[in-house]
Write a protein that binds this ligand. Structure first.
Ligand code: AHM
Ligand code: MG
Length: 360
């Protein structure tokens, strides 16, 4: 009898995907989408590493739909993601932080899945060679919203693409998994390149082994510590928060500095990279809380629901943590716009609950 390939620690991403497919947690199409995402991440990792010598640092000269200056590598990473997903033949619609509206994949290549992504998050860190990452989420398509390229004009196709992304409510993953987020993950470009993802069956981490060009499983069934003494907020925004409606946040910050949940315990430590992927990855492994609140000027904060907060919340929940808007579960927020922002708090369950107790 043939032996089953080992699919635990030390196995490749491809072997793990195969095992998930055999176990019925991933279908053949989703496996191809996820392999394509992994390929895009390898290509981006290589461009990020070589950026200073390849002349890939600095601004591209354009501004994206959200009014942010695009870095050269924001544009390159977006092209890599779009090209790889398009040619996967399994993606119908893609929505990116760097695209104004969701884009339908041409009929010849089109598949069913809707993939949302931030191709290069934290790119303001890039020129200093500090961690960056890509974040992605995969949703089922809604048949009603699949554009008909032959029969419909461009405006109708675009409208359906928007509907297709916004219908994909990242909700109730346990009770309605078929309709919502099917997979979510990120790839961190740091001292190691790490692909972290969930298909609703725990969280797995794969480290890129450059000697073989493969992601190899380095952590399985990751669990975020229930508590953690690291908090990760942009302290420079504290003043804006204190003059806004966020009185509870100010009290929370003062409370953390005074010792947090158990006031007599060791003090908390502040850590803030300014790269969601890096800050989230540390929080996932060490515990604690990451937050990007709203303030007087931006009541919904900065981070985007579809391709930043919802995928990270899915991962956090799958690891036993929480992703919250401060007053409710991020996964329960129904998107109404592609680039919608939400206040975001994520991390150890007890730490997020403690923060929520100040905002109730
Ligand atoms: P980006 O998608 O344009 O890179 O912005 C998102 C980034 C996050 O990675 C990070 O957590 C946050 O912006 C940092 O913002 P700030 O500099 O305002 O603290
Ligand atoms: Mg981003």
């Amino acid at each position: 009898r043939a032996r089953t390939a080992p699919a635990g620690l030390g196995s490749t991403f491809t072997t793990w995907l195969l095992k998930e497919e055999i176990g019925g947690r991933v279908d053949g199409e989703l496996a191809i989408v996820l392999s394509s995402v992994a390929l895009a991440c390898k290509q981006i990792a290589s461009r990020v590493q070589r950026a200073p010598v390849a002349g890939d640092t600095g601004l591209a000269g354009d501004v994206n739909v959200q009014g942010e200056d695009q870095k050269k590598l924001d544009v390159v990473a977006n092209e890599i993601f779009c090209d790889v997903l398009r040619t996967s033949g399994r993606t119908g619609v893609i929505a990116s932080e760097e695209e104004d509206v969701p884009v339908a994949v041409e009929e010849t290549y089109a598949g069913n899945y809707v993939v949302v992504f931030d191709p290069l998050d934290g790119s303001s860190n890039l020129d200093a060679a500090v961690s960056t990452g890509s974040i992605f989420g995969v949703y089922d398509s809604d048949e009603q919203c699949v554009p008909d390229f032959d029969a419909e004009d461009d405006a109708a196709v675009e409208e359906k693409c928007i509907a297709n992304v916004c219908q994909a409510r990242p909700l109730h993953l346990h009770s309605h998994r078929g309709n919502n987020l099917q997979a979510a993950g990120y790839c961190m470009y740091s001292s190691s390149t790490m692909l972290v993802l969930t298909v609703g069956d725990g969280v797995y981490m794969f480290t890129l082994d450059a000697s073989i060009g493969e992601f190899v499983m380095s952590h399985e069934r990751v669990r975020i510590p229930e508590r953690g003494r690291i908090y990760s907020f942009n302290e420079g925004n504290a003043k804006a928060r204190s003059i806004s409606h966020c009185e509870g946040l100010k009290r929370y910050a003062d409370d953390l500095r005074a010792g947090g949940i158990d006031q007599n315990g060791k003090p908390y430590s502040a850590r803030y990279i300014g790269s969601l992927v890096g800050d989230f990855h540390r929080t996932l492994l060490y515990g604690g809380i990451y937050g990007y609140p709203g303030d007087a000027k931006n009541p919904n904060g900065k981070l985007r629901l579809l391709y930043e907060c919802a995928p990270m919340s899915f991962i956090a929940e799958q690891a036993g943590g929480m992703g919250s808007t401060g007053t409710g579960r991020v996964m329960d927020v129904e998107p109404s716009e592609v680039h919608q922002r939400v206040p975001f708090y994520v991390g150890s369950a007890k730490e997020v609950q403690y923060l929520e107790s100040f905002l109730a």
